[in-house]
Every structure is written in C-alpha cells, then in structure tokens.
Design a protein around this ligand. Sequence first.
Ligand SMILES: Nc1ncnc2c1ncn2[C@@H]1O[C@H](COP(=O)(O)OP(=O)(O)OP(=O)(O)O)[C@@H](O)[C@H]1O
Length: 312
Amino acid sequence: MTFALTCENLVKRYDGTAVVDHVGFHIDSGEAYGLLGPNGAGKTTTISMLVGLLRPDGGSVQVNGIEMGSDPVEAKRLIGYVPQEIALYPELTARENLRYFGRLYGLGRRRLAARITEVLDAVGLSERGDDKVQTYSGGMKRRANIGVALLHEPELLILDEPTVGVDPQSRVAILDSIERLVGEGVSLLYTSHYMEEVERVCTRVGIIDKGRVVADGTRRELVAELGGTDKVDLVLDGDVHAAAEKLRAVEGVTEAAVTGQNSLRLLAVGGRHLLPALLGAVDGLAQVTGVDVIEPDLEAAFLHLTGSTLRD
Ligand SMILES: Nc1ncnc2c1ncn2[C@@H]1O[C@H](COP(=O)(O)OP(=O)(O)OP(=O)(O)O)[C@@H](O)[C@H]1O
C-alpha cells in the first residue's frame, strides 16, 4: 500500500542538539492526520523537512511513494503547503495573487482561470476575491494563502497552525473548508496546539514533544493509554458520606470524593458501564438525582504523555 506521506527517523540538529529526534509517522491516502505539540516541540522543523525546504540530518520522506531526497520536484508537486507566515502580495487582490502564483506553478491559462474560481469558493472568498489583500483580516489572508496552496490540486495538504491569530469567523471558515477538502479525498497533515481543532478535523493524531513523537493513534487509542479512567459526577438526596463509603467499595471505582452537600465525584474505570453497580451500591442510602460521566479527552492524554499542558 502506498501512503500519502511516510517519514522515518527524521533528525534535525542545531548546534549538536536534536530538535527533531527520529520522528516517524505515516498518513494514509485520504486521511487527516494531526501533529499536536506545544510551542517549540519541533512541528515546524518537521514540516520543513517533509515539504523539502530543509534538508534532514537523517531519515527519509516519501510522498505518495516518491522519495523527497532523490526526486524533490515530483514529490513537491503532490504537496500543497501553507506556512505559518502569510506569503501574499498585499497590494494585489486575492485573484491577482492566485493568478501570479498559478503561473509560477506552471498552470495553463485556461486551467488556472477555472482553478481560481474553484479555489476562491473553496476558501470562502468568492465575494472578496477582487479586493486587495491588504484590506483583509488576518483570517482572510490565511484563507487566501490556503487558496494558493490548493491551486495545483495537491494530493496532500500540509497546514502549519492555520488558525493562529485569526478572527473567530475565519477560524470557522478555515475549519469548514478543510473538512470539505478532506471529504473530497485530499490527505491532510494539520499541526496545531489547539486540541479541539485536531479532535474535530483529524482522525489520527501524533503527539510530538521535545522533538519526538511520543504517541500516535486515534483519539480513542491515545485516551486508552491513560487506562481509561472516567470521572463520574453524582448528585444525590441522602447521606453523601455514607454513599461515598459504599461507592468506594464498588469494583472499578478508584476514588470517591464528596464535592458538595449532595454531590460526589468518582474516578472509575469504565464509568458508563459501572452505572448500574453504582446505583445499586447506594440503593436505600440515597436517591441519585443526577449523573454525569466525563470521559478522558485528548487534553488529558496529552498531559499524561508529556507532563505538560498544551498552552504552556
Ligand atoms: N534555525 C534554527 N536554529 C536553531 N534552533 C532552531 C532553529 N529553528 C528551530 N530551532 C529550535 O528548534 C526547536 C523546535 O522549533 P519548531 O519551530 O520546529 O517548533 P514548533 O513545534 O513548530 O513550535 P511553534 O508551535 O512555536 O511553532 C525550538 O527549540 C527552536 O528554538
């Protein structure tokens, strides 16, 4: 099987220190993969090697089976790359920018004209396409920049933190466009330190920390590495302390803390499935009037794996 992207043992050193330290992962064709890590984890350096802008000190990159090291022109042709910095001419309109970059890519006049219309639509800028980029919000500039990367119909779209510093409306528009593109079959590499974006857009996630991929899998798999401890909040009428005592004895419950006059928080393995046993344990002591099961999320998995929160 050919992957949209494979990298193996990627290494980049600065002054003898590896800032990317044997990074490896793959992206299936049509898959949306998120690379999640705190500032300075090595995301941009990794991406720069993946897109052929930076020569690795070790390791290899293949795009749809084509070696970046030996056939960079062909490999780069398959990639649409959107860097963190906006690379547009502010005094030109979005349409003029697209025309300029499209010619640079070698797109024929007719195909380019059609692509400009499609791309403006894909990034939600059809109505503002004839306005100068300098009149755009940060988010609109970013959308125009994504448009440039889409012109040549890449098979793999690589976005480096596309929503940093954009207005909320553009953020929604960017995420919507990306989801649509993935729905149309484009493979995606998406880096972010916003957990909720990665959870929304990506089916598989690699967690990168200090230059290493410390975990890789679906959200469910990553969360499972935590041991699957859920939080269960209970509201009850009755003796909460006696109820806590009983609940602590239920198999699977690791902790039961009284959190208020009539509320308890439990830590439990397989929380939802334990509910009948929990209700049974307090039967006769208290009446349960509210239940909330909070399953661990990627944020918790991230904290567990790296020892730090994402926005450190
Ligand atoms: N040209 C360079 N020379 C020396 N050190 C560098 C260079 N480029 C990056 N670094 C260092 O490499 C590490 C990884 O940086 P990188 O930009 O890849 O991280 P990142 O995960 O993309 O972070 P951010 O979210 O802040 O963009 C950082 O410690 C950074 O200071």
